[in-house]
Design a protein around this ligand. Structure first.
Ligand code: XMP
Length: 599
């Protein structure tokens, strides 16, 4: 049998394991995420193993451990942060709680030559984030680098090819992080054993043999994953053997459906589109409550999908179902126990798992990370605007149209006056529109405070925003009206926003303006997501827009993105050209306490 070269990343929680695994793939070796409770036989399939970081302490009774025999398999092992502490602990060294948590940049001082630190200069910047620390190392190990506060920043057992590092090579603040991972790949002997090019070549024939003489039916959302999967299936099986259906809810982005349809026609691939927008607008008449909106949209979506699919006369003998599941979707729900995410992905609910077992579903890109899916899309001929697009919620623009009734009975907050009196020249108003937020594990539904924009730095604005939301639970977001030095004279009136075509078109227009800026100002990759929200604030027949750009790794937490003021100004000027828009706000809230979407 042909040898499969791959490195396993054993997941000890947090977000580290996926980050490490995707970095190693970028460097040309295939990776898989593994639980710490796999059998030794399973671990033996790998040419190298990386033990990830994680939030636990090795000396706690219930912290995730490993079978010690793993160190006798003769496979190179690299322990990172918690991974280093664990291997030290298991092999007879000591780990203890350190006096203070070390977090941030540090300088790594190389003590002796090691293959792991090849191409490292005498001093290199690294990123630390740990509470515990190693205080003595097991027999057979030596120190290869230290930082000022961390004597055992890098250690090795040369003979056994076991390495431990306290810093994080997977984050960009560790300047030679990629170099270190590349060195570990060389130690494992797996250089240049994987590329997306070869993956694609192999995938065509794998898909053919998996599907056999059946055909594939697929529901397309317009997002990157389902589109790339669909094109890949069509190219592998021939367009006559795949059928795709897209349900247009009326809450898609401007020209989204048309652009996709035309692109696929150009690639000689069919797509069936069911325009159900009127049904959605009708069902949402007068609805304002976020969860109710979501439920109506979700139920109607399934109903229309199943009705329309019936028209195709799909039968199980002839068709299997295609899904655009990607790698993190397959493992974030329980198979890696220590990962803190507890949500089951909708592509992994029980019914789907059963169908997968029975071979009734094909998921052509289920081994790939998002950045690989984007690259694959480009290789298959999709445009940059399609593959680089930001994540977009299933219910679409409907969660970005705040149709809430003006809430009465809100009070002016004593506490707010007090907090803001620490900062000079601050005026504020409360927007009595509720939006969704999250604090602790709880969902909140509260008001926003708007403050005036005297010339302050984003750092200072962030400080104000955090203090306000920390001390006043009735407020979960803080906004500015950019470039408005005074707001006391402004009149924030409240109208009503129905979820209809007219209002969706207004938001579509504003959203399209922002998308254009993101593309031409090359911000698509710097900003993780940029919701544009329509709120019922303004004089008669007028509404307002909130800009909500965020930076994030995987949406569990997020920070508002400090947008360059010149670009912000240009955006506001363009959006205000939409006749129905009066004000443009900027959301200064991190997640928590605000969610990314307003709902
Ligand atoms: P929040 O607003 O909870 O959003 O901070 C986190 C991420 O999830 C996206 N989102 C959705 N994605 N279907 C999706 O596929 C949905 O119903 C949905 N709702 C929110 C949101 O855009 C953000 O990226």
């Amino acid at each position: 049998m042909e040898k499969v070269w791959k490195i396993g990343v054993i997941d000890f929680g947090g977000q580290y394991a996926h980050l490490i695994a995707s970095r190693v793939r970028r460097l040309g070796t295939y990776t898989e995420i593994l639980s710490n409770e796999e059998s030794l036989n399973k671990y033996k399939e790998y040419s190298g193993l990386i033990l990830s970081g994680g939030p636990s302490s090795v000396y706690e009774e219930n912290s995730p451990k490993l079978d010690k025999e793993i160190f006798e398999l003769g496979i190179p092992i690299l322990g990172i942060c918690y991974g280093e502490q664990l291997l030290v602990h298991l092999l007879g060294g000591v780990v203890k709680q350190s006096a203070s948590k070390e977090y941030g940049k540090a300088f790594l001082d190389k003590k002796s030559d090691s293959l792991l630190l090849e191409k490292f200069q005498k001093s290199e910047q690294v990123w630390m984030s740990h509470g515990d620390e190693v205080s003595s190392i097991p027999e057979g190990f030596e120190i290869i680098a230290s930082t000022r506060n961390c004597k055992f920043a890098a250690i090795q057992n040369l003979e056994k090819k076991i390495y431990g590092i306290q810093f994080h090579p997977e984050v960009t603040h560790t300047e030679k992080g990629s170099e270190l991972l590349k060195n570990f790949i060389s130690i494992c002997g797996t250089e240049k054993t994987w590329s997306l090019d070869e993956y694609l070549k192999r995938k065509y024939s794998e898909i053919k043999s998996e599907v056999g003489n059946k055909k594939v039916f697929m529901l397309i959302s317009g997002g990157v994953d389902s589109t790339v999967s669909y094109v890949l299936l069509a190219k592998s099986l021939g367009k006559e053997n795949v059928k795709g259906l897209l349900v247009d809810t009326g809450f898609m982005r401007k020209n989204e459906v048309l652009d996709l349809k035309l692109k696929l026609i150009q690639m000689k691939i069919d797509l069936n589109i069911e325009d159900a927008s009127l049904k959605f607008y009708e069902a949402l008449k007068g609805k304002t409550e976020p969860e109710e909106k979501r439920k109506i949209i979700g139920d109607l979506f399934l109903e229309i999908q199943s009705e329309t699919s019936k028209k195709f006369n799909l039968n199980e003998e002839e068709y299997i179902l295609g899904q655009g599941t990607i790698y993190p979707d397959t493992i974030e729900s329980g198979s890696t126990k220590h990962s803190e995410k507890i949500k089951t992905h909708h592509n992994r609910v029980d019914k789907i798992l059963e169908m997968l077992k029975e071979g009734k579903i094909i998921e052509p890109i289920k081994d790939l990370y998002k950045d690989e899916v984007r690259e694959l899309g480009t290789m298959l001929g999709l445009d940059k605007s399609m593959v680089k697009r930001h994540p977009f919620p299933g219910p679409g623009l409907a969660v970005r149209m705040l149709s809430s009734n003006p809430q009465t009975g809100f009070k002016m907050f004593q506490e707010l006056n007090q907090i803001l009196s620490d900062f000079s020249n601050i005026e504020y108003k409360i927007l009595p529109i509720k939006s969704v937020g999250v604090q602790g594990d709880k969902r909140t539904y509260s008001f926003s405070a708007v403050i005036n924009d005297t010339i302050r730095s984003y750092d200072e604005l962030e400080k104000i925003s955090t203090q306000v939301t920390n001390f006043i639970p009735e407020i979960n977001r803080v906004l500015i009206l950019p470039f408005e030095e005074k707001i006391s004279h402004l009149n924030f009136n409240y109208s009503r926003i129905e979820l209809n075509k007219k209002n969706s078109d207004i938001l579509r227009e504003a959203d399209a303006i922002i998308t254009k800026f993101l593309v031409y100002r090359e911000l698509l990759e710097k900003i993780w997501q940029f919701p544009v929200v329509l709120i019922p604030v303004g004089e008669k027949d007028k509404f307002s827009i909130v800009l909500r750009p965020v930076e994030s790794l995987e949406a569990m937490t997020a920070n508002f993105y400090p947008l360059d003021p010149d670009i912000l100004k240009e955006m506001i000027i363009e959006i205000k050209k939409i006749p129905e828009i009066q004000y443009v706000f900027f959301d200064l809230t991190n997640k928590p306490p605000g969610t990314i979407e307003w709902e």
